[in-house]
Design a protein around this ligand. Structure first.
Ligand SMILES: Cc1cc2nc3c(=O)[nH]c(=O)nc-3n(C[C@H](O)[C@H](O)[C@H](O)COP(=O)(O)O)c2cc1C
Length: 369
């Protein structure tokens, strides 16, 4: 084990060094959305051949039996997932296992295709290790993405992030609700779990369903479909405690499985849009901690997923000790490169060892107060 870990550590350090000194200086001079699209095109190509996937695994992947766990009836080989918004159209669903992820989100998917918002929609904020996002739920729509994913054999659990179409029509709550329900039904034969996105800061009324009365309609509407998959709800880091309390109660009453904490923050001085990375980390951890405590006080057994500002194993471990069974990231991977996933898995195993835990599930909630 020790010898393998030393080799893996050297390999991952070399990959991260190459990203920092060769790839990143080129990427960070170019338009962020173009780079994002080029990376997706490369990932899709690699993921379309067995050789490409084996090659990517040999470079990036690192697994450790101590990181595997059963959560919500699903087996996760490690707790590190790709957060919603990187693979919006499911073109990279095959390659994410080779990059080392334990699960990945596709979407956010909406009922109808949507081009997203006009103008500049992504900006890097390198001093803050953050990204300003104003994409506006651009995606190919539920039918096209379903068709694509249905053909893919995925080796890790796939979570479909569901939002309502970014258009003035879905401001009508009946239309908005029908939009969510359509997508959940559409992916019933493909998804391993669902994420109801009620917290996108960048689209027409995309947070309407965070209002407790509408959230109740959404939760009971989705659970009324009797989905065989667990349903998670993605929260904003900007919610007040009163709203969170109501949402947690409604979720418990309706059999929702858990929460993803959190989406982008709108508390910033950049006008519209939301911020990721280190600019949302403290608020995300605060939300995670609050939801973890409230759930315990209510005796509800929610699964929590921590996301926002993970750039290292220590960042991921902090969320796990607060109460997250799973974690996710995007921004850290953009700043540090795809070697970050292996580095986090390697680092998590060492942190477990340091703290005397024999498996990741023992660390979940170790700091819960
Ligand atoms: C480019 C980009 C696009 C995103 N798109 C979505 C999205 O479609 N749906 C969603 O729920 N969250 C979206 N997010 C938010 C992320 O899933 C995540 O919650 C947030 O970025 C915090 O994690 P991070 O700091 O690791 O990036 C997006 C984030 C980024 C950076």
């Amino acid at each position: 084990m020790m010898h393998n870990d030393t080799l893996a550590s050297a390999r991952i350090r070399a990959v991260n060094f190459a990203y920092a000194h060769l790839a990143k200086p080129i990427y960070f001079r170019r338009d962020p959305e173009r780079v994002h699209n080029d990376l997706l095109a490369a990932g899709s190509k690699l993921g379309s051949s067995g050789l490409g996937m084996r090659l990517a695994s040999a470079v990036f992947d690192h697994q450790d039996g101590r990181l595997a766990q059963q959560v919500m009836g699903i087996r996760f080989r490690n707790p590190v997932g790709l957060s919603a918004g990187f693979d919006k159209n499911g073109t990279n669903a095959s390659i994410m296992a080779s990059v080392g992820f334990g699960f990945s989100e596709v979407g956010s998917v909406t009922r109808n295709p949507c081009a997203g918002n006009p103008g500049t929609r992504l900006k890097r904020l390198p001093e803050d290790r953050s990204i300003w996002v104003h994409l506006g739920l651009n995606n190919d729509g539920a039918d096209a993405i379903h068709e694509r994913l249905w053909r893919v054999v995925h080796r890790i659990p796939i979570c479909i992030s569901v939002a309502k179409t970014n258009s003035p029509e879905t401001k009508d709550s009946d239309v908005g609700l029908a939009d969510y329900l359509y997508t959940v039904k559409r992916f019933g034969d493909v998804a391993d779990m669902f994420d109801l996105n009620i917290s996108c800061p960048n689209a027409f009324g995309a947070k309407d369903f965070a209002d407790p009365s509408l959230f109740e309609q959404l939760a009971s509407g989705v659970m009324g479909l009797r989905p065989r998959q667990p349903i998670l709800v993605k929260l904003s880091p900007d919610l007040d405690e009163g709203n969170m309390d109501r949402i947690v109660e409604i979720a418990a009453d309706n059999g929702i499985s858990g929460f993803i904490c959190t989406n982008l923050t709108e508390r910033h001085g950049e006008g519209s849009g939301g911020l990721s990375g280190k600019r949302v980390e403290a608020a995300s951890n605060g939300t995670l901690s609050y939801i973890s405590r409230r759930s315990r006080e209510m005796g509800a057994r929610f699964t929590l997923v921590g996301v926002g500002g993970i750039f290292s194993a220590e960042d991921a471990y902090r969320k796990i000790r607060i109460g997250a069974s799973l974690v996710e990231l995007i921004t850290g991977m953009i700043y540090e490169g795809p070697g970050l996933i292996g580095a986090i898995n390697l680092g998590l195993a060492k942190l477990l060892e340091r703290d005397g835990f024999s498996s990741i599930s023992q660390a979940v909630g170790a700091d819960a107060r």
